[in-house]
Ligand binder design. Structure first.
Ligand SMILES: [Ca+2]
Ligand SMILES: [Ca+2]
Ligand SMILES: [Ca+2]
Length: 230
């Protein structure tokens, strides 16, 4: 008995995407037919779908908003035909800066690639830096007059949201309003005779940046008990 194989190459074109199956068998000269065989293959020209989720401390991060925490970007990918082969690892953005971006990529088993970019990541971890001073710091003499005091200083902050001034008189009397540095306020040059450490006015400023970082600073103006303690 002799066995001879005849090799045939047949070109069949499959255009459509999807799972295709091809059934084939051979017949010998005497009409004997072998068992049918089947082969399957998938044509996939559609790139996968990649999306991302950004979060800070397990809460959703909204792009374009400022945070003072690291932003975690997690990518996920689906592919309906050949299936996902690989996609980007989660990325942790911890550097400070505005409009930072992270790119993610997904590849399916047919080599189609999709990309997505997480943009608008704004991170600020730095507290505002504040200086404040009063001029003069000592009011003399305690003659009951209103004395002009200039409040100076500055806030160093790239993303300042708000600044708030407050004045506290240790005697609890109504105090002037202060809206900004460079202003002059009028304080009463008066103290009680028994107040041995003098009357203390405290001028506070608090600054908050867009990411919620907060700092405060204060200076004091004193109406001393006597001139030697000024
Ligand atoms: Ca695909
Ligand atoms: Ca800041
Ligand atoms: Ca006092």
């Amino acid at each position: 008995m002799t066995t001879s194989f005849i090799k045939k190459t047949l070109r069949i074109e499959f255009e459509d995407e999807g799972v295709h199956s091809l059934t084939y068998y051979s017949v010998d000269k005497d009409g004997n037919m072998e068992d049918q065989k089947e082969t399957q293959f998938t044509i996939d020209r559609t790139p996968p779908q990649i999306v991302y989720e950004a979060s800070t401390d397990d809460k959703a991060y909204i792009p374009g908003t400022w945070t003072n925490k690291d932003v975690l970007v997690i990518f996920s990918c689906i592919d309906s035909l050949s299936g996902v082969s690989s996609f980007s690892e989660p990325a942790l953005v911890s550097t400070e800066g505005e409009n930072q971006a992270v790119e993610g990529e997904c590849r399916d088993k047919s080599g189609n690639v999709s990309k997505v970019t997480a943009t608008g990541i704004n991170i600020d971890k730095t507290n505002p830096a504040i200086s404040i001073f009063a001029d003069p710091q000592t009011i003399w003499s305690p003659n009951g007059k209103l004395v002009p005091v200039r409040i100076g200083g500055e806030i160093q902050e790239l993303n300042l949201s708000e600044k708030t001034f407050s004045i506290i008189d240790e005697y609890g009397f109504p105090v002037p309003q202060l809206n900004d540095f460079g202003s002059t306020i009028y304080l009463e040059a008066k103290r009680n005779d028994w107040d041995s450490d003098g009357r203390r006015y405290t001028i506070n400023v608090e600054a908050v940046d867009l990411a919620g970082n907060r700092s405060s600073a204060a200076t004091q103006v004193i109406v001393p008990h006597d001139q030697s303690k000024k």
